[in-house]
Design a protein around this ligand. Structure first.
Ligand SMILES: Nc1ncnc2c1ncn2[C@@H]1O[C@H](COP(=O)(O)OP(=O)(O)OP(=O)(O)O)[C@@H](O)[C@H]1O
Ligand SMILES: [Mg+2]
Length: 246
C-alpha cells in the first residue's frame, strides 16, 4: 500500500548543528504514529519540514506524490494539517471566526462555487467542528480571552477544518489539566481513521495509549521505530529519556 506520508533522508542544519540528520519516516493511511524524544531531539523541526515551513535536504512524499518543493499553503491544500507547540490562534477574532478562516480554503474546490456558497459551506464545517470539540457555547468570544486549554481546542478545530489527511500535532497536551488531557486522548481516539496522525508528545502515557507505531528521535537521528510495547521496553529509549525532558 502507498504510505500516506514518507520522508527520506531529512536533514536540517543550523550552522554546525544538525537539527535533523538523515531522518526517514513512514506513516501508513489511518495510522496513529507517535514521535517522541528528549528536548532538542528535532521533533518540532521534523514537523516544520513535513508541513513545508522549514527547508530541508531529503524528500517528502504525500500519498506517493512528491511535495518536497511545495510551501506550507500548498501542502495544507493537499491535506497536511498542523497544530503548533504554542497555540496559534487569532486573538482578536472570535472562536468561530478562527475556525471559519481555517475552513474557507478547503470548503469547496477553488473557483467552482460562488463565494457566498463557499462561505456557507465553511460555516457548516466550522459549526460542526465547534460542536465536536465542545466550544459552541463560547463561539462568539474573542479567542484572546480564552484559557490555554480552550485555545488548544480552537486550534484542534482549526487543524481539522482544513479536512486533513494527515494531522501533525506538536505537544497538544502541554499545559493542559488532567481533565483536559483525558478529553484530548478521547478526542484523538475518536478521530475518523481517514485522518492519519503524527503526534509529538512528552506525555508518553498518551502516546502509548493512542499510537500504533512510535518513532524515537535523539540528536536529530532516529533511535528506534516500533510498537508502543517494543519502544516502552527499549533500554536505549529509556536512557535517552533519562537525560531529561522539560
Ligand atoms: N531556528 C533555529 N535556529 C537554530 N537552531 C534551531 C532552530 N530551531 C531549532 N533549533 C535547534 O535544533 C534542535 C532541535 O530543535 P527542536 O525544536 O526541533 O527540538 P524538539 O525535539 O522539538 O524539542 P522540545 O521537546 O524541547 O520541543 C535544537 O538543538 C534547537 O536548539
Ligand atoms: Mg518541540
Amino acid at each position: 500500500m502507498t504510505p500516506l506520508l514518507s520522508a527520506h533522508g531529512i536533514t536540517v542544519r543550523y550552522g554546525s548543528l544538525a537539527a535533523l540528520d538523515g531522518v526517514d519516516l513512514r506513516i501508513e493511511p489511518g495510522q496513529r504514529h507517535g514521535l517522541i524524544g528528549p528536548n532538542g531531539a528535532g521533533k518540532t523541526t521534523l514537523l516544520d519540514v513535513l508541513a513545508g515551513s522549514t527547508r530541508a535536504g531529503g524528500r517528502v512524499l504525500l500519498a506517493g506524490r512528491d511535495v518536497t518543493r511545495l510551501g506550507p499553503a500548498a501542502r495544507s491544500r493537499r491535506g497536511i494539517g498542523r497544530i503548533h507547540q504554542r497555540p496559534a490562534v487569532w486573538s482578536t477574532l472570535t472562536v468561530r471566526e478562527n475556525v471559519l478562516v481555517a475552513a474557507l480554503p478547503r470548503a469547496v474546490r477553488p473557483g467552482r462555487w460562488h463565494p457566498s456558497a463557499r462561505r456557507r459551506a465553511a460555516e457548516r464545517t466550522a459549526d460542526a467542528l465547534l460542536t465536536r470539540v465542545g466550544l459552541e457555547e463560547i463561539a462568539a468570544l474573542p479567542a484572546g480571552q480564552l484559557a490555554h486549554g480552550q485555545r488548544r481546542q480552537v486550534e484542534i478545530a482549526m487543524g481539522l477544518a482544513g479536512r486533513p489527511r494527515l494531522l501533525l500535532l506538536d505537544e497538544p497536551a502541554a499545559g493542559l489539566s488532567a481533565v483536559e488531557v483525558a478529553w484530548l486522548g478521547e478526542f484523538l481516539r475518536t478521530l475518523p481513521r481517514a485522518v492519519g496522525v503524527l503526534l509529538v508528545e512528552h506525555r508518553l502515557d498518551l502516546v502509548y495509549a493512542l499510537c500504533d507505531t512510535v518513532t524515537v528521535l535523539r540528536d536529530g537521528r532516529t533511535l528506534a521505530t516500533g510498537s508502543p510495547a517494543r519502544i516502552r521496553a527499549s533500554g536505549p529509549v529509556r536512557e535517552a529519556y533519562a537525560e531529561g525532558v522539560a
